[in-house]
Design a protein around this ligand. Structure first.
Ligand SMILES: NC(=O)c1ccc[n+]([C@@H]2O[C@H](COP(=O)([O-])OP(=O)(O)OC[C@H]3O[C@@H](n4cnc5c(N)ncnc54)[C@H](O)[C@@H]3O)[C@@H](O)[C@H]2O)c1
Length: 334
């Protein structure tokens, strides 16, 4: 069965394609390559196109007889969304409408949402029915898309699974794909790249949070586990399961210092830390209650050790750095 993966040339999308292929589906990637990479599309055809281009999308859906879709394409940078909100509302919200208009005949629509829809919640761990209070345009763009997706279903549209990811992390354990954002704003790849580039000073934002070591706690979920949840959500809907919203997180938080300790174990390198003030809008703790995904979808995260989450990210970025390095550097490291 052909499944459309919109944004499938990106970080999470490429891991979804691998998981779909392993489960017997053929992933058809639709991506404008604005942020993604053609070399990450390995498990099915790549159709280069924009989500705003309804005619092109319609043609792809018809030609491949697509039965389900995973919709990951969006802009993802919180800070960029604050300074350029209209681009975010255009790509993440207006284009959600365009995409849904072309997908009304399919049986399952899996949507990438985010913990950013919760803002700074008062109760931890965060359940799906926690009140939504986004605190930046990125979070609002996902909030609005969620609403649009639910409303179109209520008026006879396509069944949905909205997946609210916490912090996606790590890379394919076989090193075939990984996180290649440009610029990179996520803690784990930034710290890995800092080690690989030999940078001496690495910033840690906030060391006076009320947490076990004073640094902020986040819920890191391995990208392979995240990808497997998409396959389960898709099958759930295709089998006639109820549309629903699911948190995807490990429920086990790591502080920034614990992440950096795991990197130290994976790389053998020690980063020189520079402690900075907290950044506005960065809560002390974000932790998922993901029991619903476990109960309804039968989802079980498998890669949960910090050394494995951080270690797979480091291994991928190291191999990429060596591949891209001049020949003499490769010889030196051999
Ligand atoms: N990375 C995380 O930790 C995280 C956390 C929560 C939610 N999410 C959500 O998951 C999804 C995927 O995130 P990612 O980290 O893989 O991002 P990514 O940037 O690596 O992937 C997004 C892909 O979508 C494509 N794309 C963007 N706009 C497009 C358009 N208009 N038409 C066609 N293709 C377009 C890009 O080229 C890219 O390949 C996003 O919706 C993001 O909001 C990510």
């Amino acid at each position: 069965m052909n499944v459309l993966v919109i944004g499938g040339a990106g970080y999470i999308g490429s891991h979804c394609c691998k998981a779909l292929s392993q489960a017997g589906y053929t992933p058809i990637v639709y991506d404008n390559l604005s942020k993604g990479h053609a070399h990450a599309v390995k498990w099915g055809p790549l159709e280069v196109g924009d989500t705003a281009d309804g005619e092109r999308l319609h043609d792809v859906v018809r030609r491949y007889d697509v039965r389900g879709a995973i919709y990951l394409a969006s802009f993802i940078e919180v800070s960029e969304s604050v300074v350029d909100s209209l681009s975010y509302y255009h790509n993440n919200v207006a284009n959600t409408v365009s995409v849904l208009q072309q997908l009304q005949s399919i049986g399952a629509f899996v949507f990438s949402s985010t913990a950013a829809v919760y803002g700074e919640p008062k109760t931890i761990p965060i359940k799906e029915d926690t009140e939504l209070h986004p605190i930046n345009p990125y979070g609002w763009s996902k909030f609005m898309s969620e609403r649009i997706i639910q409303d179109q279903f209520a008026s006879g549209g396509v069944p949905y699974a909205i997946l609210r990811y916490f912090n996606a992390a790590g890379a394919d354990p076989y090193g075939e794909i990984g996180e290649e954002h440009e610029p990179e704003s996520h803690l784990i790849p930034r710290a890995c790249l800092s080690v690989l580039n030999g940078k001496c000073s690495f910033p840690v934002y906030g060391s006076d949070y009320p947490t076990r070591d004073g640094t902020a706690i986040r819920d890191y979920i391995h990208v392979t586990d995240l990808a497997n949840a998409h396959v389960l959500a898709l099958s759930h809907l295709l089998d006639g399961g109820q549309p629903d919203i699911f948190n995807l997180g490990s429920g086990q938080g790591l502080t920034v210092l614990e992440v950096l300790q795991a990197l130290r174990e994976a790389s053998g390198e020690v980063l020189d830390l520079r402690f900075e003030d907290r950044r506005p809008g960065d809560p002390a703790v974000l932790l998922a209650d993901a029991r619903k995904a476990k109960r309804v979808l039968g989802w079980r995260p498998a890669i949960t050790e910090p050394e494995d989450i951080v270690g797979t990210a480091f291994a991928f970025l190291k191999s990429r750095a060596l591949r891209d390095a001049p020949v003499y550097l490769r010889q030196l490291s051999a």
